[in-house]
Design a protein around this ligand. Sequence first.
Ligand code: URA
Length: 242
Amino acid sequence: MAQNVRLDKVFANLGILSRSECKKAAKRGEITVNGTVCTEADRKVDPDRDAICLNGRRLDTRTFVYYMMNKPAGVITATEDKSAQTVLDLLDDKRTDLSPVGRLDKDTTGILLITNDGQMNHRLLSPRWHVVKTYQAYVEGEMTEEGLRTLARGVDIGDEKPTLPAQVRLLSVRKPQLVEISVIEGRFHQIKRMLQAVGNPCIMLHRKSFGPLTLDDALEPGCCRELTEEELQALREQTESK
Ligand code: URA
């Protein structure tokens, strides 16, 4: 996809060598491109096609990567933080251009996508593409029929406009009750504020699906994996140009 990228930029984006370190490594003959030693760090390469090795080890230089994480509680959805652990700290991939797709609160668990594909990231969050996010929440008290209807219709959470209509299902009537809510918006603390607004504060929040993707049961909290080709295709279909 991306062609003619400087070798030192490829290494810097991967978080493997800074530009100056790349220059030195190249001079020392430690880098090969398609099997030939490359001593110039400003050489243009195609990271999706060229075989780039450092000290004989082939690097994964694909331009775009896509991960699904089962976000655990206690970790913040940010690219960096001075004191708290971030979701990117949990990834083995140290590319410097990775970002989470949207945010989950520190105490929220569940599916979180992480990518360095900026356009896909933007579209997955834009209201224009109507990406449905499904959450399950344990709530305080007892949900009333009226409360469920209000959540589904759209509820005043103190913003300029009420929330857009949502799909709402009560999954368990035994306490603590479990409710499932699917929304296309992504307002700050949206689900917690919606539940607060109908008098059933959220006790625990988990995101089960994001657009066409459902959290992989095999992913332990804190673990992630790359998206499969089918999953990626489903995301592409969801975010096609409009
Ligand atoms: N809504 C919330 O209130 N919190 C989240 O983490 C996600 C959606």
